[in-house]
Design a protein around this ligand. Structure first.
Ligand code: ATP
Ligand code: MG
Length: 385
């Protein structure tokens, strides 16, 4: 194996964004496999080439690259000079090491000046491999698929094409602040925003010392798992118990959940401002719980000076769980904890709060002071993969 050849979807790349997209993807690829002794990738005729000096642990590299957003497919590839003879020689050396009964050649030319068409390459190389290995050609269900890519100065071939995760490279869409609880939904929301190219900064509200530290340990573990996709994350831990106690003293029980949420929005927005983040993200999904009716979502959102995005809004719980399993956050999310929201929570939260009533309730609180109090106790953690 001489290199890893990475393909990205070009459709999403228009004009000016293209160099930025590629630059970001190259950097994210580098950071995903840097510790495996891999060199920086280079751009080559609409592909990215990661040259390899020595044999690297392919299994590990594969696992990493499958989590780099923006990658459509990738292949462990061999390199030859751009001549049929050189290609045959090198392919010959490799195929005799493999055991198979049937094969096909799948050639593509990025360089149309190459003297043969893709079809001619398929036939010529196919005949060579067939005679050398005494196997047969099977175009529909081959045991070995030999992918050939003809570039201006070299030819690459490989025996494996791995599906990447698609999406956009993390960072290309800017930064967002995500409200991370220890539950199932918000980690999935984070993953979805990363997939659309966002760098996610995490904010968790906890009620320590009123409850144990389990929710903080949980969110750290969740962020570590999400670091498979963005490598380094910042997590803000905000003490919220004292604020909740103040809310309980003056806000009628049915309105409390919405008032808590509005406080969270305001504090998260302050953090977002300092971080240069452009939106707040939650794991809310329409109608899932009392605080997630259309009425309540609107009242909650009103407290935020930034757009509030809810990538899971139209998903069923089952769909969210399936996604949580796929990214391995599910097992951690279901560990019982003492979330701040179970503390001081009313039995019957209102499903239809009205903004004027909530504003009136908030007038009895010193909102600005509460925000400052929350921010004063903030603990920031930098977590690396
Ligand atoms: P999740 O599974 O993400 O906890 P949920 O179904 O339990 O969601 P809620 O508890 O109503 O729903 O929370 C809705 C959203 O509010 C969460 O997805 C998260 O974005 C945010 N949130 C709730 N609690 C916290 C918290 N303690 N810290 C940070 N964000 C929170
Ligand atoms: Mg929750």
């Amino acid at each position: 194996m001489d290199a890893i050849l990475v393909h990205y979807h070009e459709i999403s790349l228009k004009g000016k964004n293209r160099p930025l997209f590629i630059e970001r993807l190259v950097e994210n690829l580098r950071s995903s496999v840097a510790d495996l002794g891999v060199k920086r990738g280079v751009v080559l005729s609409g592909r990215l080439l990661i040259p390899l000096k020595d044999e690297i642990p392919w299994g590990k590299a594969k696992e990493r690259l499958q989590k780099v957003f923006g990658v459509a497919t990738f292949s462990p590839a061999f390199r030859t000079a751009p001549m049929m003879q050189a290609l045959k020689k090198r392919v010959g050396e490799e195929v005799v090491k493999r055991s198979f009964q049937s094969f096909r050649i799948t050639a593509r030319r990025a360089e149309k000046t190459f003297p043969m068409t893709s079809d001619q390459i398929n036939r010529d190389l196919g005949t060579f491999v067939k005679e050398l290995t005494q196997t047969k050609v099977d175009l529909t269900n081959p045991e070995l698929n030999i992918f050939v890519e003809v570039l201006p100065r070299e030819i690459f071939f490989s025996f494996e094409k791995v599906q990447g995760p698609g999406g956009l490279p993390v960072g290309i869409s800017g930064k967002v602040v995500l409200l991370l609880s220890g539950g199932i939904d918000s980690p999935v929301a984070a993953w979805r925003m990363m997939k659309r190219g966002c760098r996610v900064v995490f904010v968790h509200f906890h009620s320590h010392p009123y409850v144990s530290r389990t929710s903080q340990e949980k969110v750290c573990e969740l962020v570590q798992l999400l670091n498979h996709y963005q490598h380094v994350s910042r997590l803000y831990l905000v003490p919220f118990g004292e604020l909740q106690r103040e809310v309980v003293l003056s806000v009628p029980a049915p309105s409390r959940v919405v008032v808590y949420r509005r406080l969270m929005m305001r504090i998260a927005a302050r953090i977002a401002r300092d971080e240069g983040a452009k939106a707040l993200i939650t794991g809310e999904s329409l109608g899932q719980v009392a605080s997630q009716t259309l009425d309540n979502l609107a009242v909650i959102e009103e407290a935020s000076p930034l757009p509030v995005l809810r990538p899971l809004i139209g998903m069923d719980k089952e769909e969210i769980i399936e996604q949580a399993r796929a990214i391995a956050t599910f097992e951690i999310s279901i560990v019982p904890d003492q979330d701040c929201c179970q503390l001081f929570i009313p039995k019957h939260p209102a499903t239809r709060t009205m903004l004027p009533a909530i504003r009136e309730a908030e007038e009895k609180l010193n909102i600005e002071e509460l925000i400052e109090e929350g921010l004063k106790g903030v603990e920031v953690r930098e977590l690396r993969r």
